[in-house]
Design a protein. Structure first.
Length: 122
């Protein structure tokens, strides 16, 4: 199965680090990704920019498109990046989330990849 590890970090946390601290944490995350790739457990990995340049878009039927530019005042957390895993089960994905360096300063959310509608709802 495929699982995604979402790195959910506090907004503003990155700005509190020195450049050296940020580079060291990023290097640890890169090493973790390299280990996953070596075990054929990594499909994709990316770090995401902070919310300052982000936008939230809604396009309700029959209404104008709504765009809200970041940063988002109500947000306390942001998705900082992800690891897209392959060839793992739920227990393995959870174990890998615990090994992820980001688990030391952020929450690592484990999500299975699945269709948003599987036809089983009554």
């Amino acid at each position: 199965m495929a699982y995604m590890l979402l790195i959910v970090e506090p907004v503003g946390q990155r700005a509190q680090r020195t450049e050296a601290e940020g580079r060291a944490l990023y290097a640890a995350m890169q090493r973790f990704g390299e280990q996953l790739a070596a075990r054929n457990q990594l499909r994709a990995v990316e770090s995401l920019a902070s919310q300052e340049g982000a936008a939230r878009v809604r396009a309700p039927l029959g209404a104008a498109v709504q765009v809200v530019d970041g940063p988002f005042a109500e947000a306390k957390e942001m998705i900082g990046g992800f690891f897209l895993l392959q060839n793992v089960n739920r227990a393995q994905a959870i174990a890998l989330a615990a090994e992820c360096p980001a688990a030391q300063w952020a929450t690592v959310e484990v999500r299975a990849l699945a269709p948003c509608f599987d036809g089983s709802a009554a």
